[in-house]
Design a protein around this ligand. Structure first.
Ligand SMILES: Nc1ncnc2c1ncn2[C@@H]1O[C@H](COP(=O)(O)OP(=O)(O)OP(=O)(O)O)[C@@H](O)[C@H]1O
Length: 930
């Protein structure tokens, strides 16, 4: 009597049984591999029928691979894209060569062999062999020579039959039931092959469909490794696996490394076979997981129907993408015919890294014409806009990697302006003229977009009146710039629109803010022919009133000069309105633009355009026909180390009570019979009132800078009340900032300074002119804003040098905010005068008046002269500084009897929406012309 088996023994026996089972399966595979002919005629009715007996002589059909496109669902989504006479092919019907459409020249290269009479099941393109998706040149090469002849795939097909039967009956829906139904013609044997009918020879393998094979204990693990255009399998010895290896046509054994390697054409087949071998775990190639089809795909269909496995009737879909000024790429999955066609192109190039083919644009039309003759291929053309923009390259009239831009004739423009243009600015004007006065000038901040825009506009002076739309904080700066650069323009012809009651067309040059423009929309008829839009990214949102007012105006204008250092802060969608303004015909509908460049996705709630796609191509298109962008680093050698700019801030923002208080203080200073002390007190009051009056303008300017994408900058002010107001506003808007004033301890100063220096996100350093003008390094910023002026230029320059110091790699921009009708009227010329003197004495290397638009800022009438003299005298006397400093520190507007408290509603309220600047940060990492 035998003892009952222990649990352990039972397990061991079961494991052995499974092993034997597996061995037998592999043996069967091997036998079938070695005797394909017999197996076809053997007892199993499940095996693929011999096509030579099926009346399919002279078969020639195109390869399809339902999963070969790189665009998701690769099944023919648009039946209309097929030529009608090829619909049979699209349905998976086999065709004789003589039945092939003859309208198109054969896309097969002359050396391609069409094997007749043989249609082995998994010949060169087994359905589901994923390597075909990879567009591998070698794959195409190999498969061309013996398109359908390799019968050694049959055992693999058998493996598939066995495996896929299980999978397909395990509840997985077929990938394309329609296609499956079309293909499932009755087999000649009349045998309906279902998962439950298995070859008798498989013995125990005749398990019920859906019953998975058990993995045996002690499983073997290996991995696939890419090796150039082939891949290698690293795994220990396994008989069944070797059998599979030997069944693959591209196999090669390297005795040195004792490893097998294969062409990518066999990757999918191998992985599938390996997946089903008990005890074998093969780690796929990195990034190639998706290339192994699920067992329910077309190969599974063959297993079920018992049809002679046909070469796959794959449908490949893709698109053309521009990759340089001269070349385009076919972004599409593998198709043998397509590769054959590609190889006929003289300018073809294959990129091993991306596995994509590219061609010169001059071959574009030829290629597209021929691709149209491949019914299983849908290669979407380049957008029409691109073919128009690159027409010269398509017609082979220009293949230069950079656009040739002719020198514009600027003889009609003021010579003062023309002679001041830096070389890159001159190139900018040339580009604009070459674009017939329609462009987006997207130079980095501080590169002098203003001087270029004025020059471009002046080139079209005959077409004026000119409209200049700007953020309200810089209206007067623009006025000054016109005065400075176009001396031929009579100042009375410059019309700065300040209120909704002003006329928009009063001047030859009309300067208006975005917000007023939308209010004065009705006055835009007849339309302006020449328009400048400063900070054109303000138009990025089509839904805003400013955009609705500006875009129609720009579409009909003859010349459109858009200026922005940050045309898009985060995504390509933000560029749309600006492109529309410059080139209204390019993408008249946003959706087309969104599909191509915004990675548009359909969501349950509608389309999502917040992504990005084909950015390299977008960059090329913009550079060719819309935009010019230079970064500071590109032109650094042409830039001065410091660029100063006087920003005339809006007097309209000084409210009536503050204005009255200012006027009263000014009157005090000029009233006769005042003692020296009384005059000084009046001067201090004037200075303090100025601080108070400037607060809304300073805040508006700072917020405009943030909205324009300025990430890190310093704001200097003198009065505590101004510093308080700025920090309060930054807190309100949740903008990161630090503050250093007289009350900050030395230890804290260093910490705060470090915080600012290391901050990766936008940050503002709010600093006291007198308490933070030395000993601190803020070299991570390249912009300094002076919200207030200070009478001592030495102190200002020291403050400027917080950013302009060792560690600073860029040219530094300095903006001085100057308010008309305030103490600034006197302080600014005073500062310039002092610097001039210092310069003459060799003590200062810079001259403010040469660096700014302020040359004619100061209008000296007798009263102003008197005040100016008083300022000059007071600040030159010993001790005045101290008095003023103390007075400033103790100044509290609430305690003065003006009744003026800071009303938050008067402060600029535009929220700082977007701080991170990503899209254009990466601009230069996109494809650049070859
Ligand atoms: N060729 C030049 N000659 C003299 N000064 C110049 C020249 N180009 C620019 N500047 C000065 O450089 C400063 C910055 O120029 P501008 O304000 O036009 O730059 P921007 O590109 O518009 O910058 P942002 O984007 O910050 O507005 C101004 O003070 C301007 O006068």
């Amino acid at each position: 009597m035998s003892l009952p088996l222990t649990e352990e023994q039972r397990k061991k026996i079961e494991a052995n049984r499974q092993k034997a089972l597996a061995r037998r399966a592999e043996k069967l595979l091997a036998e079938q591999h070695q005797k394909p002919a017999q197996s076809k005629q053997g007892p199993s009715q499940n095996l693929p029928r011999d096509p030579s007996k099926s009346g399919n002589h002279g078969i020639f059909f195109k390869q399809q691979n339902p999963s070969s496109s790189s665009h998701g669902d690769q099944r023919p989504q648009n039946p209309h894209s097929f030529p009608p006479n090829t619909s049979e092919q699209a349905k998976g019907m086999w065709q004789r060569p003589e039945e092939m459409p003859t309208a198109c020249p054969s896309s097969r290269p002359p050396n391609q062999v069409t094997v007749t009479g043989i249609s082995p099941p998994l010949a060169n393109s087994p359905p589901g062999v994923p390597s075909q998706q990879l567009g591998h040149p070698q794959a195409s090469h190999e498969t061309q020579s013996t398109p359908f002849a390799n019968t050694t795939h049959q055992p693999l097909a058998k493996v598939k039959n066995f495996q896929e039967t299980a999978a397909s009956s395990s509840g997985q829906p077929p990938r394309d039931p329609e296609l499956e139904a079309r293909m499932a013609r009755p087999s000649t044997s009349g045998q309906n092959i279902s998962g439950s009918v298995m070859p008798r020879t498989e013995g125990r393998l005749q398990q019920k469909a859906g019953t998975p094979l058990h993995r045996v204990a002690g499983s073997q693990q290996g991995r696939c490794i890419q090796n150039g255009e082939r891949f290698q399998v690293k795994i220990g010895y396994n008989e069944a696996l070797i059998t599979v290896f030997k069944s693959l046509p591209s196999r090669s054994y390297d005795p040195a490394t004792k490893t097998w390697n294969f062409s990518m054409t066999d990757y999918g087949a191998l992985m599938k076979a390996a997946q089903r071998l008990p005890g074998i775990t093969l780690q796929p190639l990195e990034g190639a997981e998706g290339h192994v089809e699920s067992p329910s795909t077309s190969s599974g269909i063959i297993a079920k129907t018992g049809l002679p496995a046909a070469p796959s009737l794959a449908f490949v879909k893709g698109q053309c993408v521009l990759i340089s000024r001269a070349r385009f790429e076919a972004d599409i999955g593998y198709s043998e015919d397509l590769i054959a066609l590609f190889k006929q192109m003289d300018s073809r190039k294959y990129d091993v890294k991306t596995r994509k083919w590219s061609f010169l644009l001059e071959e574009y039309n030829k290629l597209m014409e021929r691709v149209r003759c491949l019914p299983q291929v849908q290669l979407d053309p380049l957008p029409k806009t691109l073919t128009l923009a690159f027409a010269a390259q398509l017609q082979k009239t220009s293949l230069s990697p950079v656009a040739d831009i002719p020198e514009a004739d600027l003889s009609r423009v003021d010579s003062k302006l023309v002679s001041s243009l830096l070389p890159f600015q001159r190139a900018g004007v040339n580009f604009a003229v070459a674009q017939r006065g329609r462009l987006l000038l997207a130079d980095d901040m501080g590169l002098g977009k203003t001087i270029q825009a004025i020059c471009i506009a002046a080139y079209y002076r005959k077409e004026w009146p000119l409209l200049v739309v700007v953020p309200s904080s810089v209206r007067f700066t623009w006025e000054q710039a016109f005065r400075r650069w176009l001396p031929s323009l009579n100042p009375v012809d410059i019309n700065v629109v300040v209120t909704g009651k002003d006329r928009l067309t009063d001047g030859l040059v009309n300067i208006v803010s975005f917000d007023l423009l939308s209010k004065l929309e009705k006055q835009l008829k007849p339309p302006f022919k020449v328009v400048i839009i400063d900070e054109s990214h303000f138009l990025k949102n089509m839904k805003t009133a400013r955009c609705r007012a500006a875009v129609p105006l720009l579409k009909v204008a003859k010349r459109v000069i858009l200026l922005s250092g940050t045309p898009a802060m985060s995504r390509p969608a933000e560029l749309y309105t600006q492109i529309l303004a410059v080139k209204p015909t390019f993408f008249p509908q946003f959706h087309a633009f969104g599909l191509r460049y915004c990675g548009a996705k359909r969501q349950p709630w509608g389309w999502d355009y917040s992504g990005s796609s084909n950015l390299g191509e977008l960059k090329l298109l913009l550079e060719e026909a819309v935009m010019l962008r230079r970064l500071k680093g590109d032109v650094l050698s042409q830039l001065p180390a410091k660029q100063r700019k006087m920003v005339v801030v809006a007097p309209g923002q000084i409210n009536a009570r503050t204005r009255a208080a200012l006027d009263a203080a000014a009157k005090e200073m000029t009233t006769k019979d005042k003692t020296k002390q009384q005059q000084k007190e009046a001067l201090i009051l004037f200075f303090n009132r100025t601080a108070e009056a400037k607060i809304p303008s300073v805040i508006e300017y700072v917020l405009d800078l943030l909205e324009s994408g300025r990430e890190k900058f310093l704001v200097f002010a003198h009065h505590k009340v101004v510093l308080d107001a700025i920090t309060k506003e930054l807190e309100r808007k949740r903008v990161q900032h630090i503050r250093i004033d007289g009350s900050t301890s030395s230890a804290d100063r260093e910490d705060l300074c470090q915080q600012f220096q290391l901050s990766p996100s936008p940050a503002v350093a709010v600093l006291s002119i007198t308490a933070a003008n030395m000993g601190l390094t803020f070299s991570s910023a390249d912009l300094v804003v002076f919200g207030e002026l200070f009478w001592n230029p030495g102190v200002l320059m020291q403050a400027e040098d917080r950013v302009h110091r060792i560690g600073q790699l860029s040219s530094v921009s300095i903006h001085y905010l100057v308010a008309r009708g305030t103490a600034d009227d006197y302080l600014w010329p005073l500062i310039q005068e002092k610097i001039k003197v210092l310069g003459e004495a060799g003590l200062s290397e810079t001259n403010f008046s040469e660096m700014t638009e302020a040359t004619d800022y100061f209008y000296k009438d007798s009263k102003q002269q008197k005040i100016y003299d008083l300022f000059q005298k007071s600040f030159e006397e010993d001790g005045s500084d101290m008095e003023l400093l103390e007075a400033a520190e103790s100044f509290d507007p609430g305690s003065q009897d003006t009744g003026d408290t800071l009303d938050e509603s008067t402060l600029m309220g535009s929220p700082v929406k977007k701080k991170k600047f990503e899209f254009f940060d990466n601009w230069d990492s996109f494809t650049s012309p070859l």
